[in-house]
Design a protein around this ligand. Structure first.
Ligand SMILES: [Fe+2]
Ligand SMILES: [Fe+2]
Length: 166
């Protein structure tokens, strides 16, 4: 693939991914403020931006493999975030005394190691075809299997903060 195109695909993928999450957050805010029509618009644009992001990702060389390969990639990414990336971010937030960012980064680092475990388990279970339900903490991203816990083991959020995934 031509070098410039490869760089631009990576850039556009990152930009559209960010736009998607940002618009989803705007939708939540609009919902809280009682603007349900505006919330719907933000959600629609968020979905559209993620359509763009996925399209670019599929064009990026070697980024999407077989499910077996993708599980391994996803596992490695979680380990990297847990071991290499978040520790530096936590250190910087601590040095600058931003306790909110420090807490968010620390909880995310801990959550990533649980994500890694879920992937590892899925790699091992792939042939077993075990059915598992997943519940995601809407505060810290911790994933609980089979049922939502009374409170999140990472951030302490109550059961109602867990979203069941389909
Ligand atoms: Fe993760
Ligand atoms: Fe949590």
């Amino acid at each position: 693939m031509p070098a410039k195109t490869e760089t631009n695909l990576a850039y556009a993928f990152a930009a559209e991914s960010k736009a998607s999450v940002r618009n989803a957050a705007f939708a939540q805010k609009a919902e809280i403020e009682g603007y349900s029509q505006i919330a719907r618009l933000f959600r629609a644009v968020s979905e559209a931006e993620s359509v763009h992001a996925r399209r670019y990702l599929m064009l990026m060389r070697g980024r999407i493999g077989s499910t077996e390969e993708n599980l391994e990639t996803a596992f490695q990414n979680e380990i990297k975030a847990n071991v290499e990336e978040y520790p530096n971010l936590i250190k910087d937030a601590a040095a600058e005394g931003h306790t909110g960012a420090q807490r968010a980064f620390s909880q995310a680092r801990d959550v990533e190691s649980f994500h890694a475990k879920l992937y590892k388990k899925a790699i091992n279970d792939m042939v077993a075809e075990r059915e598992t339900e997943y519940y995601v903490c809407q505060v810290c991203g911790y994933i609980s299997e089979d049922e939502a816990p009374d409170s999140c083991p990472i951030c302490g959020a109550v059961r109602e903060k867990f979203k069941q995934m389909t």
